[in-house]
Design a protein around this ligand. Sequence first.
Ligand code: FAD
Length: 407
Amino acid sequence: MNHPVAVIGAGPFGLSTAAHLRARGIPVRVFGEPMVSWRDHMPEGMLLKSTPAASSIDAPQRGHTLGDYCAAAGTRPLATDEDIIPVETFIGYGQWFQERLVPGLEQVRVVSVDRGSGRGSPGGPDGFVLKLDSGESFTARAVVVATGLSGLAYLPAALAEAAADGPTPSGPLSHSSQHHDLSRFAGKDLIVVGAGQSALETAVLAAEAGARVTVVSRGRGAVDFGAPPWDQPKLRPESPFGRAWSLWALSHHAQPYRHLPAGARHYLVRRVLGPLGAWWLRDRFEGRVAVREVRRIVRAGAAEGKPVLTVQTHGGRLDDLSADHVVAATGYRVDIAAMDFLGDGLRTALAVSRGTPRLGAGYRSSVPGLYFTGLPAASSYGPVMRFVCGTRFASPRLARHLAAAHG
Ligand SMILES: Cc1cc2nc3c(=O)[nH]c(=O)nc-3n(C[C@H](O)[C@H](O)[C@H](O)COP(=O)(O)OP(=O)(O)OC[C@H]3O[C@@H](n4cnc5c(N)ncnc54)[C@H](O)[C@@H]3O)c2cc1C
């Protein structure tokens, strides 16, 4: 069968997978906007939380690390754990990687993926039929879903009430993924909900742009920052995320993860490397951003066009907090139902666990020929799949399996 493999996604995971497949001589068509999550859905001026050692996109050939890019582009070298990566540098790196290793990227949307019709089984002789928003339809022998964060922004039910028509920057409430330029909040009162890096960095960048910002976080002591590299415990093994046995095991030995009980897998994906600000953010945060710790957010509404959050305090009282705008930095949740480009037939055929695809060896789903990598693979291969450094584990394995089964 001469049909190509389709890789849907041109972020770090899609680009890395495509480079590995092409290095094996497999014909591949790759779709998506290069690095769009980083360019349009993260704030301008953001700095990466991951260290340079943990921020390379895995390639089949030498010469394509973040360090190689900095040398080629003549930018400041990024080498030690104390070097912090500006998002603009990382976007430039991703585009450079794409131009060198994934030429011919097609910047069109895949509108639908369905099983091939006729006699064939899924992934069998008839493969998959893909429709593009250019109007073209074609058959692929296998499909790799690497759509990352796209369409998976998560809004808790209590906050969704304040955004009847969906979250939007021009309404009372938005999701953090909807902001690139935070200077729109200059002179305004802003509430940022959340305590992860995205919430804390959004709060700092908005405050530095002239907003009066309050972070609303659940639990006591939820707003915290990691230890700087020079204060990390020396007797624990190094991992791309810091020194700890658990992080080392999850980063370098992700293979057995999928054999853990479902409850443990989902818990670890949420909790490991969970909410914690980067060490270098503390000084910019303290004294500039107010923090309101609450037991929970009860509901969100609007009064005179402004959002109002009703929160339960740790003492059990209900308080109303209002502002000009609320940004929900409440993260992303994988849900196959939200991947609307997958046809109904495919979605119902997929084995899932709490809305996420259940993956076997080589990142294959229960539908032969259909693979998932990046965030949607985290519940099977662990929290490392939420980060760029997960490409080092995922891409060679996925490419090897796909080449053996469908090459
Ligand atoms: C605020 C923030 C900060 C982060 N900081 C870090 C960090 O410091 N270090 C780190 O390692 N990770 C960080 N992450 C996580 C990081 O975003 C992910 O690890 C990474 O982007 C995932 O890459 P990806 O290729 O899976 O998906 P994405 O980068 O989200 O790319 C998705 C791709 O899919 C394409 N696509 C989607 N749907 C379709 C379709 N239907 N048809 C065609 N193409 C489609 C898009 O065009 C895009 O090319 C951060 C995340 C956030 C939100």
